[in-house]
Design a protein around this ligand. Structure first.
Ligand code: DCP
Ligand code: MG
Length: 371
């Protein structure tokens, strides 16, 4: 990158899918602050303000330089008055009073704590907060609260699954999946997606696509993998969701819709001996294994490129791809299809490159999608 002329600001797009964003964030202090406020708005179900701060954070993440003055941000897209005010405080005082106030508020702290449990979303967290509950002890001691199976596992394995997953651990899981798949077919395709495909060193879970070249067989492969894991005794939690995918349901209307593919949300037991260099954070804890959150999704092979693009993320990158498709191209993109509303037809894609090409976008590599 050295020696290249910097991109003139007027050319930095409002769309994350037209920017290149590596994992090397030069403005972490600012983007962390913005993300606290975005999350706090999400807790109050204020989607538009949440989006304003998520977008502002995303723009700053794409900059190859560190913002040191407000003047330097002249001409950057997606920076509103409010985000600029927060930025100004941080640049001047080293921190933002609004962010400090949020971080120290009982409500934010409690909702942050509750939503850190697997299976607890903002709605449930808010409900518990509203009832006066403030700690895990409060929740577990409240007789009227019926935790679902997911939440029970969330509490049971809290220590392990709230700890980051390393790249070595993700690779170890990839090997375990490949081994299970090899037992039934040589025709399978497995791919590491999510943050690890974007080159992140750490994640909160590990996301994989597992499928097969033979369309219609993918769900069978997924079931087989899970059976295989069960026989090995490594399944600590398993929520299997059968496919409800059918082309006649498409295109989806929602921006943030979950997809219809067969998928499985798992908590797996990973042995230290399976991980290159061993498990990372084992201090004072010599069990020799850890619990890890793993998501598997099985699209039919003709949908592979769309699923891969959707599951690679980042969430902000995907959101802007869809927004760009809709507003700049009159197309709808989701994890299943790309639909040209003007022509009234579905566009085929065998690779992510095909999808970018249909959209008239320069191809952005996975490691440049950390928007
Ligand atoms: N995704 C999706 N449909 C789902 C769940 C996730 O399309 N039902 C997408 C959104 C993300 C990507 O898959 O872009 C991976 O989701 P994660 O929540 O695992 O996010 P990351 O892998 O990017 O981050 P982390 O490192 O926290 O796991
Ligand atoms: Mg992930």
């Amino acid at each position: 990158q050295e020696g290249l002329a910097p991109t003139p600001m007027a050319l930095i797009s409002q769309y994350a899918c037209k920017r290149r964003t590596s994992t090397d964030n030069k403005n972490k202090i600012l983007t962390d602050a913005f993300e606290v406020l975005a999350e706090n708005y999400k807790f109050s179900d204020n989607k538009s303000s949440c989006l304003v701060f998520s977008r502002a954070a995303s723009v700053l993440k794409s900059l190859p330089w560190t913002v040191q003055s407000i003047e330097a941000t002249q001409g950057l897209p997606c920076l509103r008055e409010h985000t600029k005010a927060v930025m100004e405080e941080i640049l001047q005082f080293g921190h933002s009073f609004e962010v400090e106030r949020t971080l120290s508020s009982e409500r934010y702290q409690t909702l942050k704590l509750f939503t850190s449990v697997f299976g607890v979303g903002p709605k449930t967290a808010e409900k518990w907060y509203h009832r006066g509950l403030r700690s895990f002890r409060d929740i577990l001691a409240e007789p009227s609260i019926q935790l679902n199976r997911m939440q029970q596992s969330g509490f049971l394995y809290y220590g392990d699954i709230s700890r980051v997953v390393t790249k070595a651990e993700a690779q170890a899981l990839g090997n375990i999946i490949d081994e299970a798949v090899r037992l039934i077919t040589s025709d399978a395709v497995t791919a590491l997606t999510g943050g690890f495909r974007r080159g992140k060193e750490y994640g909160h879970d590990v996301d994989f696509i597992v499928t097969t070249h033979e369309v219609g067989k993918e769900e069978f492969v997924l079931r087989h993998i899970i059976d295989c894991f069960k026989k090995q005794g490594i399944v600590l939690y398993c929520d299997y969701q059968a496919s409800t995918f059918h082309m006649s349901k498409l295109p989806c209307q929602s921006f943030e819709a979950m997809d219809y593919y067969a998928k499985c949300f798992l908590i797996l037991r990973l042995e230290a001996s399976q991980v290159d260099g061993g498990l990372t954070c084992d201090e004072g804890d010599n069990r020799g294994w850890r619990a890890v959150r793993v998501d598997l999704v099985s699209p039919p092979m003709d949908r592979y490129a769309f699923a891969l693009l959707g599951w690679t993320g980042s969430t902000q990158f995907d959101r802007d791809l869809r927004r760009f498709a809709r507003f700049e191209r009159k197309m709808t993109l989701d994890n299943h299809t790309l639909y040209d509303t003007t022509k009234g037809e579905f566009l085929t894609a065998r690779s992510e490159e095909d999808i970018f090409a249909h959209l008239g976008l320069e191809y952005i590599e996975p490691w440049q999608r950390n928007a």
